[in-house]
Design a protein. Sequence first.
Length: 262
Amino acid sequence: MSPKFGFTMLGSGSGGNASVIHGPKGNLLLDAGFRAKGIKERLKIVGIDPASIQAILISHAHIDHTAGCAVFSRKYDIPVYMMPETVLIMSRNNDLPGNVKLFAPDSAFKRCGIQIQSFTVSHDTPTMGFTFSACGRKIGIATDLGFISDPVKECLRGCDLLVLESNYDTYKLRTSKRSIYLKRRNTGRFGHLGNTQAMEAMEDLLAENTKHLILAHISRDCNDYQLVSKLAEARLAELDRQDITLHTATQDTPLDTICIEE
């Protein structure tokens, strides 16, 4: 049974990103970065009926967030919410789903009994972060951003559950076989958050009511799941926040559903 308000990470990384926000009036799929068959298989693993998905929300147009969007939305007749800029990019790539609903950047709207607030993050294509509020609780999502601006910090304050990017380890990225262009892109202001930035950000972002922290979009080539967990555990201890349950999102295996409100 789905919680009244909760969160399920289906998978996260450069090979695909998707998660489910469970609301009082149905479920919302945030990003569809796996092929439709893969999304269905991951939903089955965590016991979520695809027919319970009432809307798909797309953060930006990169393929690791949109790969299964068109097919999955058509198969289950689900409306897809995206920014006009995302529509334009996906149209150019001939990958636009049929039932598109537009939302403006930095706007608020409601679906599945959930109040959704979008906010602009710094990435190399127009990209939104989100907060989801219901039942007096709040979930915040911040991935695919080169740095955390003060407005982003303000949006993410007070989250009961926070999903935060920890994409790369500086040494592993520097010594990887990736091109100079990709290395500079990842570490730039329009790239991704590294481990150091993520750990530093915790002090500002973790509120008194925060009970769950998910570190996400972790690179398999330029990072290490165990390293991220070790760094985060040490940082939480340093901040005296052992009351927070730490989760490390992986590319291949969904995380168990986290109930925010029964």
